[in-house]
Design a protein around this ligand. Structure first.
Ligand SMILES: Cc1ncc(COP(=O)(O)O)c(C=O)c1O
Length: 509
């Protein structure tokens, strides 16, 4: 009988207790080694396979055997784990693939994979210091290190959250509590003595803002969408005019949001000028750096990104440019007391030392996982210099991609900023008509169909953007596994698929 076959769930839990979830130590060790070996093998094979497979939801359900009811009887964990690892790799989109350029999801660092395993073994509840002494202190240092990396004071408050949306929402809630000169937490946004709260952001701002305005009770109509310039950056004169008009009308600005790396094109708003406008009017300045915030650590980033210390709050996203496996966002608030002022309550059922760091008082979550470990370990493994190099390389590769796109006769480059390149397929016969309504309509349809084809075929994975009303393809590199060869392969792959599609559409017309 081998170790696995010998597994006895009853004996693992001890006498007198039936615990089918318990696994004895020897079996645990064998299962763990087998899983790590299998995952290492599967990870090795990722670059040779497709980024994703073209499967229908029902095919995925069928392959994973997900159609049955909840089984009454359990099974041995060995077969379960082995099969699940194979199935997950076969039927998942693999964002660790060197040719995954879609959206802004990082290639996960191996140390983060191992960290999540370690975290689950200890399972600290990082809501309170007493429940998670080591984890709380590591999270606090992670926040300080992140602050240091992006050039904000180490005294900044903050905490790890699920991602960019939540990091922004935490900043937004801190701003809301600070902006209202009535007790907004008790009486709400329309409480006695309230004024209409307003928020200001460019039209390129990510949709977290609508969610924040919605769930915090301001309503999405409270958002003042500020126009952008030709490079998708906020027009600061328009911001100033809107703010002053609203102040004259008696409204209360809640915050101005500047974006440090927009989701569509990587545009960086004129953050120093926005900071000055906020300072002059005493308005909270929040920066959404979910994508581009970490680029503040490198010289290649635009100069306007190197001013995050001017913000009252900043959202960054370690599961983007720190290559942490999902989920890990980070909210930073310059005055740590602002976080407590927005989130703390002191219920009678908690006996927590008020002088210790109890993250339950700093954010919306109560029980909290130890997200910081995967970030801390990765920061420790690569060091600040290692991260600077990886982020710089992503930016350089994106620029190389833009050059390769520009050199290709069938592609039109539309933008390149940070590590995002946008472009579209323009067949020779349509080139002369660019700008005319009919040709633009055909190019939109063609590129939309092309994106669909590329995503389904999985040779490379890109996403899309709409720039000045034009539908374009978009490649974002937050992927330390991507090489120059991957970047240079993209234009031909896209153009080849584009040609086939164009021919099919012409034959159909
Ligand atoms: C600029 C920006 N803000 C916020 C978000 C939301 O981040 P998350 O998906 O981690 O919640 C994204 C995601 O791409 C983003 O690019």
């Amino acid at each position: 009988m081998n170790n696995v076959a010998r597994a006895s769930s009853t004996s693992a839990a001890g006498p007198g207790r039936y615990a089918p979830l318990a696994i004895d130590t020897d079996t645990f060790r064998v299962l763990g080694h087998q899983l790590v070996d299998q995952v290492a093998r599967l990870l090795d094979a990722v670059p040779q396979g497709p980024v994703t497979r073209d499967e229908s939801p029902s095919a995925v359900r069928e392959a994973l055997g997900l159609n049955g009811p909840l089984p009454n009887e359990g099974v041995h964990p060995s077969a379960l784990l082995e099969r699940m690892a194979d199935l997950l790799f076969q039927h998942s989109l693999l964002n660790g693939h060197p040719r995954f350029f879609g959206y802004i999801t990082a290639s996960p660092a191996p140390i983060g994979m191992l960290a999540d395993f370690l975290v689950a073994a200890v399972n600290p509840n990082v809501g309170a210091w007493t429940l998670a002494p080591a984890a709380t202190e590591i999270e606090a240092q992670t926040v300080r290190w992140i602050a240091e990396l992006i050039g904000v004071p180490a005294t900044t408050g903050g905490l790890l959250v699920s991602g960019g949306n939540m990091a922004n929402i935490v900043g937004f809630l801190a701003a809301r509590a600070a902006a209202a000169d009535w007790d907004v937490r008790a009486t709400g946004v329309a409480g006695a003595g309230s004024r209409r709260l307003r928020v200001y952001a460019s039209r390129e701002t990510h949709t977290w803002l609508q969610k924040a305005a919605d769930i915090t009770g301001l309503g999405t109509d409270a958002i003042r969408w500020i126009d952008t310039d030709a490079r998708q950056r906020m027009n600061v004169d328009a911001l100033r005019a809107q703010l002053d008009g609203d102040l004259d009308a008696g409204d209360r600005p809640c915050c101005v949001v500047g974006t440090a790396g927009s989701v569509s094109t990587g545009a960086v708003d004129p953050l120093p000028a926005i900071a000055a406008v906020c300072r002059e009017r005493g308005v909270w300045f929040h920066v959404d750096g979910a994508y581009g915030g970490f680029a503040a650590a490198v010289d290649e980033a635009p100069a306007e990104l190197h001013v995050l210390h001017l913000a009252d709050s900043v959202a960054v996203d370690p599961h983007k440019w720190l290559y942490a496996p999902l989920e890990a966002g980070c909210a930073l608030v310059r005055d740590p007391e602002r976080l407590r002022a927005a989130f703390a309550y002191h219920p009678p059922y908690y006996h927590f030392d008020e002088h210790a760091t109890n993250y339950v008082d700093h954010g919306p979550q109560n029980s909290r996982g130890f997200r910081a470990l995967k970030v801390w370990l990765a920061l420790r493994q690569a060091g600040a210099a290692g991260y600077r190099r990886m982020i710089s390389d992503d930016i350089r590769l994106s620029r190389a991609m833009a050059d390769a796109v520009q050199r290709h006769p069938d592609l039109e480059l539309t933008s390149q900023a940070l590590s995002i390149t946008t472009f579209r397929y323009v067949p020779a016969d349509l080139r002369g008509g660019i700008g005319t309504e009919e040709v633009e309509r055909e190019l939109d349809a063609l590129n939309r169909a092309l994106l669909d084809r590329l995503q389904r075929e999985g040779e490379v994975f890109v996403s899309n953007a709409v720039i000045d009303g034009r539908y374009v393809l978009r490649a974002c590199i937050v992927n330390f596994r991507t090489q120059l060869a991957d970047v240079e392969a993209l234009p031909d792959i896209v153009a080849r698929r584009g040609r086939t599609l164009r021919e099919t559409r012409q034959a159909r017309a």
